[in-house]
Design a protein around this ligand. Structure first.
Ligand SMILES: [Zn+2]
Length: 145
């Protein structure tokens, strides 16, 4: 299932990407531009008018945890590949050879980790740091319900 999020839902877009979903976030798109995606993506919006259209999910809450819960429950999402996607630019991450990231991450990180992922879109490097455990913890709450 693919999504496009309206300008009010930047955090939700990032979190859905962390859950592994393909989410576009065209920051300046108006309703008309968003609706062009409706054939291939579910539109996520806080706009009541837009929410009445076909293939649009009206997000009820302003709280990120409730927003995420609504999307996962109402669309019955199967979270099968969390943390497989860049939360910043939506690209699928690629596992990197350790040596190739030597100059791209802090020395301490390089020494303490063996597995790294790179984003082909924005070139960010990811590893399983303290942030990772926290995010996995949050994601598991959404999986178990
Ligand atoms: Zn990226």
């Amino acid at each position: 299932m693919k999504f496009v999020a309206d300008t009010m839902l930047g955090r939700l877009a990032r979190w859905l990407r962390l859950l592994g979903f393909d989410v576009l976030y065209p920051e300046t798109a108006d309703d008309k531009e968003l609706l062009r995606f409706a054939d291939e993506r579910i539109i996520l919006t806080r706009d009541k008018e837009l929410g009445k259209k076909e293939n649009v999910l009206l997000i009820k809450s302003v709280r990120i945890d409730e927003q995420l819960r609504q999307v996962v429950d109402e669309l019955n999402l199967n979270i099968s590949s969390p943390l497989s996607r860049c939360s910043v630019c939506n690209q699928i991450l690629v596992e990197e050879d350790k040596k190739s990231v030597r100059n791209l991450v802090p020395e301490r990180i390089y020494t303490n980790h063996d597995t790294f992922w790179g984003c082909p879109g924005c070139n960010r490097i990811y590893w399983k740091g303290s942030h990772y455990d926290k995010i996995i913890g949050i994601i598991s709450q959404f999986k178990n319900k």
